[in-house]
Design a binder for this molecule. Structure first.
Ligand SMILES: C[S@@+](CC[C@H](N)C(=O)[O-])C[C@H]1O[C@@H](n2cnc3c(N)ncnc32)[C@H](O)[C@@H]1O
Length: 374
């Protein structure tokens, strides 16, 4: 089983915290899309005819596409790849795009999971982040999607935001979980270099919230999610039973995937590939039959590092016996020795030789991962 990721690199407006690859010149999509269709066809052998069980439209903001553009991309995928009958077909969407007519048409394309970028239900946060939608529109978007028949809905939220009054994060979570969603992702704000927020932070206009507040917000997150029956299955991801994201889980389980479009990454167990992110260079290279991607062949060390990093971030953890059988005695021993001090300090749990982060461990996950790397 394998996955296909389609990167739609357009947004209607730039969020002040975001450094993902996107441009706001949405009208240019008409020029780019035929090249993406061509890439879907040209790379039909990349996944070696493995059955596709997840397709994911990410961005950017895929809901800037018209429904017929989404349908065209899907038709092209169905023409060249074997697709599982139970395929998880996700689309990232923003609240301002989710009007009833759009959603009813979208449901007919086979898209069966929506990931809605909400970030906050508070208008003051949304203005600060430079979002287009209001908190009220965000709630309406979820209801519109449910009325159109979508029963697998995820939302994205950001916590650790500056200038927020106390209890706003709890209010945001309560609002989110009152909407009858099946999944949500909650990310602590990071100040990414080159973003407006980073610039404002350097100028002292906004600042990092105190570490103690970050920890408190994280605790509120995991406790509220648990009380409402959500499984905390990856550091930033929460799902009702049966609703974990299959597509994202396949990244964490290092399954093969093909990434289409500018800046998209692909992985087929032997190598990683990433497409040029500059749209013009991507189009020009394709038109002149030049490489529109770069490739890195993965060493056993790279594969070990990726395995421990992605597995430690999930509740499944790292199995010592699996490490031994896949990477050999030396790597497995390296891992066991390196992680021991975190077991002793209570940051890592070990149960039948499976190592997973405790709540305290999640706070210092990046440090633990760095220590167990080869
Ligand atoms: C590339 S965005 C696209 C989602 C959607 N189009 C939107 O505008 O909300 C994917 C998610 O990453 C998260 N994200 C992006 N930059 C972030 C940052 N600097 N700190 C925390 N979360 C971030 C947001 O929650 C966002 O929904």
């Amino acid at each position: 089983m394998a996955g296909i990721y389609i990167h739609i690199p357009y947004c209607r407006q730039a969020c002040r915290y975001c450094d993902f690859h996107f441009v706001v010149s949405v009208w240019q999509k008409k020029e780019l899309l035929p090249y993406m269709l061509r890439e879907i066809e040209e790379r039909k052998d990349y996944l070696m005819n493995e059955v596709i069980d997840t397709i994911y439209f990410g961005g950017g903001t895929p809901s800037v596409l018209e429904v017929k553009e989404i349908a065209n991309i899907l038709d092209c995928i169905y023409r060249f790849y074997p697709i599982s009958s139970g395929v998880e077909l996700s689309l990232e969407a923003n609240p301002e795009d989710l009007k009833p007519e759009y959603l009813y048409e979208l449901a007919k394309t086979g898209v069966n999971r929506l990931s809605i970028g909400i970030q906050s239900f508070q208008d003051s946060d949304l203005e600060l982040m430079h979002r287009i939608h209001s908190g009220e529109q965000a709630g309406e978007a979820v209801k519109n999607a449910q009325n159109a028949g979508f029963d697998n809905i995820s939302i994205d939220l950001i916590y650790g935001l500056p200038r927020q009054e106390k209890n706003v994060w709890q209010k945001n979570l309560d609002k989110a979980l009152s909407l009858g969603i099946q999944h949500f992702s909650a990310y602590h704000l990071t100040y990414e270099s080159g973003t407006v927020f980073d610039h404002w932070r350097k100028k002292g206009r906004i600042g990092l919230i105190p570490e103690e507040d970050s920890l408190n917000q994280f605790k509120i997150l995991i406790n509220t999610a648990k009380q409402q029956g959500f499984e905390h299955y990856e550091i930033s991801n929460f799902a009702l039973p049966g609703f974990q994201s299959k597509h994202n889980s396949s990244y964490w389980q290092q399954k093969k995937y093909l990434g289409i479009g500018p800046s998209a990454h692909s992985y087929n167990e032997l190598s990683r590939r990433w497409n040029l992110s500059n749209h013009k260079r991507y189009i020009d290279a394709m038109s002149s039959a030049e490489d529109y991607f770069e490739t890195e062949t993965l060493s056993p060390e790279n594969i070990y590092n990726e395995h421990v990093m992605t597995s430690l971030r999930t509740s499944k953890g790292v199995s010592y016996l699996y490490l031994k059988s896949r990477f050999g005695d030396q790597e497995a021993e390296h891992f066991r020795t390196a992680i021991e001090k975190f077991v002793k300090s209570g940051h890592v749990n070990v149960n039948q030789e499976i190592y997973s982060l405790t709540q305290e461990g999640i706070f210092i996950a990046d440090h633990i991962i760095e220590v167990v790397f080869k």
